[in-house]
Write a protein that binds this ligand. Structure first.
Ligand SMILES: Cc1cc2nc3c(=O)[nH]c(=O)nc-3n(C[C@H](O)[C@H](O)[C@H](O)COP(=O)(O)OP(=O)(O)OC[C@H]3O[C@@H](n4cnc5c(N)ncnc54)[C@H](O)[C@@H]3O)c2cc1C
Length: 401
């Protein structure tokens, strides 16, 4: 599957920081993690910490799936607002899903500290009404978050102007949010896991998978055999090759990044992540090296040729969106890129066993919060593989549909 094109910034910035061997022989491991992006790396981290023998295999060079094109905002606020999610899956389930996402931000921070990864930054998150008609929705969203102890403030037009220097009719400011570089994080996790004995192989395409009662047998493009008791599918949007395609909608999304600003010329209002209530929504963040990333203008199709043809015009559109909000910040675009992303009906990921594939566990973080979902999936799948009950597993199981 063609997952991305253009120049994803993290790939330009970091290049290929580490190399991993390809698989020359047959392999046997208690658990195989199929996919070495952020989901596979976190899955392997949790398994390794639990003392479970595991190996990661990926068809691409590590991180060159969707992970390298991620803009890497970390928000507990998922694509489906809490006030809407509760109507779809019930109040308690919706609130619990949001709480798990909030916890995931702190857990990712803890992991970053443990493995010595320094590209994790806490940031507040500002969710603004793109139009006056969204004010009542924002108030409803604020109310349900507030009554469930999320640290949020509702801001009016004047306050937004005073603090953040742009015009919007209302906004919710969340204390909890963060940003990272998912591509570097992925490599840092693999490097840590390797030291603990986990094996990582890239450029290994799995062409056939046989799910038996007590084991899973994978065959590589070179006809090598990989045997495991359990298989974690951390295959990103290519999951449509393995599960019912109707569970996932594939879309296209776009992002641009500015040149770096001088130290004294860079004042990002309020140091926040910014996104809005538009559909598709627009989002903005900064980077440690004083750049601005703008993302959005999504299209509801998966067709890489059509997607790529639109890259220049989408990029111009994103720049215009930015200039409309911040006419006084000089945005000089340096790179632009586009990628496929998957979404689900309720905005939640698919995690855990898939009944028709015995001994399988999926880690499918679809939606704009894929990285957050990857953490939640890694923990749930670890518990299920250990035979421990995890009461949150049902929220994201395939059976919920
Ligand atoms: C432009 C863009 C911006 C985004 N912004 C954000 C954001 O701000 N915040 C956020 O949380 N998320 C964001 N996302 C989503 C996030 O990037 C993804 O959720 C995440 O990268 C998915 O990681 P993954 O490891 O599941 O998948 P991938 O990184 O795609 O890794 C899956 C791997 O599985 C391997 N694989 C698949 N099939 C096989 C096979 N048969 N044999 C061997 N290997 C196989 C692939 O080669 C691939 O490397 C964004 C996505 C895009 C495209």
């Amino acid at each position: 599957m063609d997952l991305k094109s253009g120049f994803p910034y993290w790939l330009i910035k970091n290049g290929l920081p580490y190399s991993y061997p390809t698989l020359e022989d047959s392999l046997e491991s208690e658990v195989i993690v199929l996919g070495g992006g952020i989901s596979g790396a976190l899955s392997a981290f949790y398994l390794t910490e639990a003392g479970i023998d595991c190996a990661v295999v990926d068809a691409r060079s590590i991180g060159l799936g969707s992970t390298c094109s991620s803009t890497s905002l970390l928000q507990y606020e998922i694509d489906t607002p809490l006030c809407k999610l509760q109507k779809m899956i019930g109040y308690q389930n919706a609130v619990r899903s949001y709480q798990l996402c909030a916890n995931a931000i702190d857990k990712l921070k803890e992991i970053a500290v443990e493995i010595g990864f320094d590209k994790f930054e806490y940031k507040k998150s500002l969710y603004y009404a793109a139009d006056k008609k969204d004010i009542s929705f924002l108030k409803e969203e604020y109310k349900i978050r507030k009554e469930n102890n999320f640290d949020v403030i509702l801001l009016d037009e004047r306050t937004i102007g005073d603090i953040f220097g742009f015009k919007a009719p209302a906004a919710i400011l969340s204390e909890l949010g963060a940003q990272t570089d998912a591509y570097s994080f992925t490599h840092a996790l693999h490097q840590h896991n390797l030291k603990k004995g986990t094996k990582v192989f890239d450029r290994v395409t799995i062409t056939k998978i046989r799910h038996n009662k007590d084991e899973v047998i994978l065959t590589t493009q070179n006809k090598k055999r990989i045997k495991a008791k359990k298989l974690i599918y951390a295959v990103g949007y290519e999951a449509v090759n393995f599960i019912n395609k109707k569970l996932v909608n594939l879309n296209s999304t776009y992002a641009i990044i500015s040149e770096d600003f001088d130290d004294d010329n860079f004042a990002w209002p309020g140091e926040v992540l910014i996104w809005n209530t538009d559909d598709p929504y627009l989002y903005l963040r900064t980077t440690k090296d004083r750049r601005i990333i703008i993302g959005g203008r999504d299209e509801k199709f998966y067709n890489p040729r059509k997607r790529d043809k639109l890259l220049n015009s989408k990029s111009v559109g994103l720049e215009k969106d930015f200039k409309r909000i911040f006419p006084d910040i000089p945005f000089n675009k340096e790179y632009q890129w586009t990628g496929t992303f998957g979404s689900t009906k309720d905005g939640l990921p698919f995690i855990g066993p898939y009944k028709s594939l015995p001994n399988s566990f999926f880690s499918l973080g679809f939606g704009g919060n894929g990285i957050i979902f990857s953490q939640i999936a890694a923990e749930i799948n670890r518990d299920l593989i250990l035979g421990k009950e995890n009461p949150d597993a049902r929220l994201f199981s395939f059976e919920r549909t």
